[in-house]
Write a protein that binds this ligand. Structure first.
Ligand SMILES: NC(=O)c1ccc[n+]([C@@H]2O[C@H](COP(=O)([O-])OP(=O)(O)OC[C@H]3O[C@@H](n4cnc5c(N)ncnc54)[C@H](O)[C@@H]3O)[C@@H](O)[C@H]2O)c1
Length: 254
């Protein structure tokens, strides 16, 4: 991987305390960016902070407009912000849609859809002030195709895809590019949570086998493999790419 694509740039990363957000923050830091880490999980944030020299951490909830305002003012203090990655998200409940509790539906959409919107609302003005920049939102392969196992999650990620693509058209004239990544099953705590919610050890093994079989490459992805695509989309290597929903999914959608 190149070592200098983000030298001197300031990047905001939500969901930075774990999984894909942490891998993205580490990649940006390795390539020279100063990273503002945002997450509700203080312990995880501290681990990421140690791995990203010069980074700053803000603990908060993406569903809170007040926390997002704190994030924006901290970001403004760090200097012109030109990069944003919105990885905070949740898998939600894995029960069938007909049994899903209303509060679980609301929580899922609050974090995945409203949380992404609130982050964009807070940080896009900073990119505009800086004269342009790049954003990567985190959708899912399940946001591009129906997911029998996770219909509500699938719907929430489809919303992220279309919000991103719409905003790509809105902000193109301001030199702000917006793209999203659509990962398949990636080996992170979220994937483990999906398997751990199985009703028995046998059901867990079956779910794991089903999820793995969806990927023609025959394995789950690694967080660094998604981060590599996020960094590409954030970098000038993708200067003529905006409004795409990029599957990073081991061929699941092929
Ligand atoms: N891992 C996968 O297989 C996979 C596949 C497709 C899409 N994704 C998406 O990628 C993103 C990252 O997933 P991951 O696998 O790294 O998950 P993860 O659970 O490892 O990390 C998610 C992070 O988001 C944070 N977060 C959750 N709700 C929050 C809130 N309300 N406010 C602030 N922070 C909050 C968590 O604390 C956590 O640190 C998510 O949006 C997820 O939906 C993951």
């Amino acid at each position: 991987m190149r070592a200098d694509r983000f030298t001197g740039r300031v990047a905001v990363v939500t969901g930075a305390a774990s999984g894909l957000g942490r891998a993205t923050a580490q990649g940006l830091s390795r390539e020279g960016a100063r990273v503002l880490l945002f997450d509700r999980n203080a312990e995880g944030l501290a681990v990421t902070l140690r791995a990203c020299p010069g980074a700053v951490a803000v603990q908060g909830d993406v569903t809170s407009a007040a926390d997002q305002a704190r994030l924006a003012s901290e970001a403004r203090r760090m200097g012109p912000v030109t990069l944003l990655a919105t990885s905070a998200g949740t898998i939600g409940s894995t029960v069938p849609l007909t049994e899903l509790a209303e509060e679980d539906w609301d929580r899922l959409f609050d974090i995945n859809v409203k949380g992404t919107w609130l982050t964009l609302r807070a940080i896009l003005p900073l990119l505009r002030e800086a004269g342009g920049g790049a954003v990567v939102t985190f959708a899912s392969a399940a946001g591009l195709t129906g997911s029998p196992a996770l219909p509500a999650y699938s719907a929430s990620k489809a919303a992220v895809v279309m919000m991103t693509r719409s905003l790509a058209r809105v902000h193109a004239g301001e030199a702000i590019r917006l793209n999203c990544v659509c990962p398949g099953s990636i080996d992170t705590p979220m994937l483990e949570e999906t398997f751990a919610s199985a009703t028995s050890p046998e059901a867990r093994l079956q779910r794991e086998a089903e999820f793995r079989a969806r990927h023609p490459l025959g394995r789950f992805g690694e967080a660094g493999e998604v981060a590599a695509s996020v960094l590409f989309l954030l970098s000038d290597d993708a200067a003529f790419t905006t409004g795409v929903a990029l599957p990073v999914d081991g061929g699941r959608l092929a």
